[in-house]
Design a protein around this ligand. Structure first.
Ligand code: AMP
Length: 639
């Protein structure tokens, strides 16, 4: 394998790559870099996201720019703002030891700032097509000196409807330029662009045309349509360290699934076009920091997500076009890492899977839906592993030790370990006790036939399947699983009331949470004030960091929606929508039993925390397990 230096790159660039930890070129870099350095020919590169394509086009372009001129010499076009920012940041890193200026231009941000930056002079513009056209029309962007045009994720730009914009932009560039087109797939629209704008291009590829990356495994689970959500939860539970994207088809479904996951205690959130750019940025920032484990997204919103280390892509629904599946699965398995792409399908979708297999040139592997027992085993070992690695903060725990010793000092070491592990584990045992077999009737034969009743979890570990598949009994909602954020409280009415007249309430989602100085009392105040009425029934309020759910007497639903429309709260535009799903926590409350005993240890613990507005409100909640009364921001597990 050649080194970057052997590919012909200059010392300054190689030094920057060294600092980034890039030791060897990836296959697409190995093919594209010398080609662009040595030849003026246009280039078509078939490369998925995650294969190192950004460096493949950036490095040879950077090497050939005139550092002494501040004229625009290269323009990179890409489909989304996220990708645009990523490419700009990568290019700046690659050019760390060069005198190169880049400007990223994209919608949803101040055009004036971008105009100012362009006027200061830059050799490279990285832009989304819409904003680029806007800047050309304002005569700010002048592309007559451009030597290199890069079309990144060209197929995505076409499916997003940027064909006319691309035509206009390319028409502004001189005939002498070199065009580099990078695309994961080669739909016919791309051929049109190639025919119109590229002359006898060279072609390189990181793999086969329209094929998925080699390091991605493709699994499918076959369940009845009504069991899809339950299957999704089991997949998350059997992979406790999952860091993935769940693809849904519509914005509405995306929001519904994310809401349900959040209510069921998963670190999840949604990304779709109904969210403002600021909301999307916030969600992406949390996803990158791994505060969100499962990002539920539409295809459009997930375009340009280039997060490394994604372990799983889950197709909650299969897309209509095979190429879209290839794009989705390409979000995992980046930079040579292993990734798993999962399809949850029902029996009638087998044909669709087959046509994807033909495009992928790879077969899906059918996996049996994890049983309750398998999940419990996985969770148990995860808990044990986490306990073993836990850092004890001696100073913080010290004041509590006498009270702890008073309560637990009599236990033997073995008993103490059992208690500690059971504290978390019992929830899974309870929840998955009698959990039904979710494999659809038509697929059961297949998955059971696969031999010796041993199977692997998604991380490839072999393990014995228990003899009890737990086919008896109905599904239950999981009790009291902790969540990473948020709090909940039933307001005003007792929990039993809530089940008697459920239909009376409308459940709302509001884009205000504790980070916006919102708490249940303020929310009730806001509702009362907006309705100009003090006695309207408000049901359960679930307060999260950035948003909240609440129930309101349906009679006032319309009035509240119009009263809050266009208003501001804490400087934020209020966005109120009717939540599609019913609160899963209601079901949880029903089985929660009597309020937990408040003992002096917990009282002391809460007092010591200083009591945020959320934790004080949660004290009214009454039912549930000890974790739910904890406070605003908690880790999902105690470690
Ligand atoms: P890309 O396909 O350009 O989005 O790159 C995917 C990921 O691979 C990014 O995190 C890059 O920083 C990383 N990467 C690209 N080229 C190399 C390389 N030669 N060695 C190590 N990592 C790389």
């Amino acid at each position: 394998m050649p080194t970057f230096k052997e590919l012909g790159l200059r010392a300054e660039i190689v030094q920057a790559l060294d600092e980034l930890g890039f030791e060897n070129p990836t296959p697409i870099q190995e093919k594209a870099i010398p080609q662009v350095l040595d030849s003026k020919k246009d280039l078509i590169a078939l490369a998925q996201t995650g294969t190192g394509k950004t460096a493949a086009f950036s490095l040879p372009v950077l090497q050939q720019l005139d550092e002494n001129s501040r004229e625009i010499q290269s323009i990179v076009l890409c489909p989304t703002r996220e990708l645009c920012l990523q490419i700009a940041s990568d290019m700046q890193n690659f050019a760390k030891f060069m005198n190169i200026k880049t400007v990223a231009v994209y919608g949803g941000a101040s055009i004036d700032t971008q105009i100012r930056d362009i006027k200061r002079g830059a050799q490279i513009i990285i832009g989304t097509p819409g904003r680029t056209v806007d800047l050309i029309n304002r005569r700010v962007l002048r592309l007559q000196d451009v030597q290199f045009v890069v079309l990144d994720e060209a197929d995505e730009m076409l499916t997003m409807g940027f064909k006319d914009d691309l035509d206009l932009i390319l028409g502004e560039t001189p005939d002498t330029k070199q065009t580099l087109l990078f695309s994961a797939t080669m739909p016919t629209g791309i051929r049109d662009i190639v025919g119109k704008y590229m002359k006898d291009p060279a072609e390189v590829s990181s793999g086969g045309r329209n094929e998925g990356a080699a390091n991605i495994e493709h699994h499918f689970y076959m369940v009845d349509a009504r069991n899809k959500y339950e299957c999704l939860k089991r997949l998350a539970d059997v992979n406790p360290n999952v860091y993935g994207i769940v693809f849904c088809r519509t914005r509405r479904e995306t929001q519904e699934i994310a809401d349900k996951l959040m209510q069921d205690g998963y670190n999840a959130d949604s990304l779709h076009g109904d969210l403002s750019q600021a909301q999307r940025d916030g969600i992406m920032a949390r996803f990158r920091k791994r505060k969100i484990q499962l990002l539920v997204a539409t295809d459009v919103a997930a375009r340009g997500i280039d997060v490394d280390d994604i372990t799983h892509v889950i197709n909650y629904n299969l897309p209509d076009e095979e190429e879209v599946y290839i794009h989705r699965s390409g979000r995992t398995g980046r930079a040579g890492k292993r990734g798993i792409s999962i399809a949850i399908i029902h029996s009638r979708e087998r044909g669709k899977l087959k046509s994807i297999e033909r495009k992928l040139k790879k077969e899906f592997e059918q996996r049996p839906v994890p049983t309750g027992q398998e999940i419990c085993e996985t969770q148990l070992y995860t808990i044990v592993e986490g306990l073993g690695k836990l850092n004890v903060n001696e100073k913080q725990i010290e004041p509590f030790l006498p009270a702890i010793m008073e309560q637990l000092g009599h236990l033997t070491k073995e008993d103490l370990i059992k208690h500690l592990v059971s504290f978390e584990f019992n929830k899974f045992l309870d929840y998955y006790k009698n959990a039904p077999d979710l494999n659809s009737a038509s697929s059961r034969g297949d998955s059971r036939d696969r031999g010796d009743r041993r199977e692997r979890d998604d991380r490839g570990n072999d393990r014995d399947r228990g003899s009890d598949r737990g086919d008896r009994g109905g599904s239950r909602d999981r009790g009291g699983r902790d969540r990473d954020f948020g709090d909940e409280r039933p307001a005003r009415r007792s929990s039993s009331d809530r089940f008697l007249d459920k239909g009376k309430f409308t459940r709302f989602h509001i884009n205000l949470g504790s980070k916006d100085n919102m708490n249940p009392a303020n929310l009730m105040g806001l509702i009362n004030e907006s309705l100009n009425k003090r006695d309207v029934e408000i049901g359960k309020i679930e307060m999260m960091n950035t948003f909240a759910f609440f129930e309101l007497d349906s009679e006032y639903a319309d009035k509240l929606s119009s009263a809050l429309k266009g208003t501001d709260y804490s400087g934020k535009k209020v966005d109120l929508t009717i939540a599609q799903s019913t609160g899963a926590n209601d079901r949880r409350d029903r089985s929660a039993g009597p309020p937990p005993r408040r003992d002096k240890f917990k009282d002391k613990f809460e007092k010591n925390r200083g009591g945020s507005s959320n934790s004080s409100s949660s004290r009214h909640s009454g039912g549930g397990d000890a974790k739910r009364t904890g406070g605003a921001k908690r880790p999902r597990r105690p470690f």
